[in-house]
Design a protein around this ligand. Structure first.
Ligand SMILES: NC(=O)c1ccc[n+]([C@@H]2O[C@H](COP(=O)([O-])OP(=O)(O)OC[C@H]3O[C@@H](n4cnc5c(N)ncnc54)[C@H](O)[C@@H]3O)[C@@H](O)[C@H]2O)c1
Length: 328
């Protein structure tokens, strides 16, 4: 049995606690949050469908201080779901305490911090994975498989989008020094997926708008692969509501994913219409990524799907886009 601790019991703390509760061979023993009210909250509002309601916080020992939780508990793994500016330091604290670490995305707000975390993983010989959940999202896995096996011909162009509204007034998300702004918090999901599915592009052109966080909160990025495949990635915190998805134009079909709309998930062949009966697993990427991480910890396979080195590259790429947006 693996003993888990969670640090930061807000939206994602709940999501991962619920996933862990549904997985065998692991128990959430301790939960830490600096806000005592969070340690008794049973549900949080969240804009993406995820595992709900399986975890009862009363079954875990509550802590207001992360160092104390690490010192007092015998934890095998720690899940870091704090504000982003703490990801690097808290991951390092947990690794140095001998724990494996699953840390939410983005890995950190600088490449230097990513390197510090990777160094801590290496000196402690622990496992580290960043929660880039879109890599494990069934509809995105399907798209990646189409690109890899060419079942609909070559990918010619791909439009990806991720739009949300600003967080409530006073939220740490609204300070780009803590969240990175929409470019590092939201858009990084699509940057990370595109790098993992398609590799590095030959050329990136990015333009953005500075928003309420003081950082780049609206971004349009065009990625070119050779002279043929073009990617357009839109990300914004200036939207009213939440919308994510993609439209992929292959030689012989269009693959679309627009959850919450009447399109949903759809594959249409040129001149023939929608292909019926395509099965997509009904599990969230959050659940699938956590199950994968636990399999890595049990030695069932190595982590080849979401290495810290690859998530470091996503931070580096988003920061490069940010520099273009700021005209640097
Ligand atoms: N993978 C995804 O789809 C996804 C979605 C949303 C958020 N996130 C990421 O998850 C992380 C957390 O986001 P969230 O939406 O859960 O935020 P949140 O504000 O809901 O939760 C963060 C929690 O951390 C607590 N906290 C703050 N400082 C702390 C400290 N020093 N020690 C312990 N607890 C502390 C806060 O009190 C809060 O309860 C962020 O990095 C965010 O980018 C990922």
């Amino acid at each position: 049995m693996l003993n888990a601790g969670i640090c930061g019991f807000g939206a994602l703390g709940h999501v991962h606690a619920n996933s862990l509760s549904k997985l065998d061979g692991v128990a959430v023993k301790a939960v830490c949050d600096i806000n005592p009210a969070q340690l008794s909250a049973t549900e949080v509002k969240f804009n993406i469908a995820a595992e709900q309601g399986a975890f009862d916080v009363k079954t875990a020992t509550p802590y207001l201080d992360f160092a104390q939780m690490l010192a007092r508990e015998k934890l095998d793994l720690v899940v870091i779901t704090t504000p982003t500016n703490l990801h690097a330091d808290y991951s390092i604290m947990a690794l140095d305490a001998g724990c494996h670490v699953f840390c939410e995305k983005p890995m950190s707000l600088s490449v230097e911090d990513c390197d510090r975390v990777i160094a801590a993983r290496d000196r402690n010989r622990r496992q580290l994975m960043i929660g880039q959940c879109i890599r494990f999202w069934p509809e995105y896995e399907y798209l990646q498989a189409c690109i890899q096996d060419g079942r609909y011909g070559k990918l010619q162009s791909l439009m990806m989008e991720r739009n949300a509204s600003y967080h409530v007034e006073g939220s740490w998300f609204n300070d780009h020094k803590r969240s990175g702004g929409a470019i590092l918090d939201l858009h990084v999901h699509d940057v990370d997926w595109a790098l993992s599915a398609l590799g590095r592009p030959d050329k990136i052109t990015a333009r953005g708008v500075i928003g309420q966080t003081g950082g780049v909160d609206d971004i349009t990025s065009i990625w070119q692969y050779g002279s043929s495949t073009i990617l357009t990635i839109r990300g914004s915190w200036m939207y009213s509501g939440f919308r994510m998805g993609y439209t992929a134009f292959f030689e012989n079909a269009t693959v679309e994913y627009h959850p919450g709309t009447n399109i949903g998930f759809k594959v249409s062949q040129l001149w023939k219409g929608a292909i019926p009966g395509i099965q997509i697993p009904q599990e969230s990427g959050y659940f699938r990524e956590m199950r994968y991480f636990l399999e890595c910890l049990r030695g069932e396979h190595a982590n080849t799907r979401c290495t810290p080195e690859s998530t470091r590259q996503s931070i580096q790429t988003a920061l490069m886009e940010r520099a273009m947006c700021l005209g640097r």
